[in-house]
Design a protein around this ligand. Structure first.
Ligand SMILES: Cc1cn([C@H]2C[C@H](O)[C@@H](COP(=O)(O)OP(=O)(O)O[C@H]3O[C@@H](C)C(=O)[C@@H](O)[C@H]3O)O2)c(=O)[nH]c1=O
Length: 183
């Protein structure tokens, strides 16, 4: 797995590849050893999958608060998505900056999103599927969110935004008192 840094500390892109032969293909989706530098002692404790029907649909921007703050590794198994990480770490040099990468079935990239960064995505092709690897258990009471259309973040979304959940439409907007996520 080849790892590439992004302008946001800890947000990384891992390149993977599949082996193709006459029967089809074989791919390694996760390797604790190859990702040991990224994981830094963390362990994958939950694997989730989502399918999103409509192109243009946006999910996010989500994170979990301590003590269940988590690193997520995200890849697209089917279709194409515009995957976005937002830095919410209060003392980070890139506080409130975002970084986006297109993830697709073809490019086989995996986005690494560390604790204190929110994650969201827009589906570029109908019926796109994502696979998530998580380093903490799902804890609904510790979920946090920021708005995908928050003017302070000013995230570029390639398509018209649609099919957004009620929860995602109602995350609190960032104001001048916002001081970020404590880890
Ligand atoms: C995230 C999650 C949801 N659920 C349930 C709650 C709800 O009934 C249903 C759908 O949940 P949500 O609306 O939160 O699904 P969704 O908006 O797709 O949530 C996901 O969004 C992206 C951006 C992420 O980064 C993920 O970590 C996750 O937060 O599934 C679980 O049982 N386990 C989970 O880990």
């Amino acid at each position: 797995m080849k790892l590439t840094c992004t302008p946001i500390d800890g947000v990384m892109v891992a390149e993977t590849s599949r082996v193709i032969d006459h029967r089809g293909a074989f791919a390694r989706l996760f390797c604790e050893q190859a990702l040991s530098e990224v994981l830094g002692g963390r362990h994958i404790v939950q694997i989730n999958h989502s399918r999103t029907s409509q192109a243009g649909a946006v999910r996010g921007m989500h994170y979990q608060h301590a003590p269940q703050a988590e690193m997520k590794l995200v890849r697209c198994l089917k279709g194409r998505v515009w995957d976005v990480a937002v830095d919410l770490r209060k003392n980070s040099a890139t506080f409130l900056r975002w970084h986006a990468v297109e993830l697709s079935e073809q490019n086989e990239l995996m986005m690494v999103i560390p604790e204190g960064c929110a994650h969201g995505f827009q589906v570029l092709e109908a019926e796109s599927e994502l696979l998530y690897l998580h380093t903490a258990l799902y804890s609904p009471e510790l979920e946090g969110g920021v708005r995908h259309d928050d003017p302070v973040l000013n995230i570029d979304w390639p398509l018209e935004m649609m099919d957004i959940s009620t929860r995602d439409k109602t995350h609190t907007l960032i104001n001048e008192d916002y001081c970020g996520v404590e880890l």
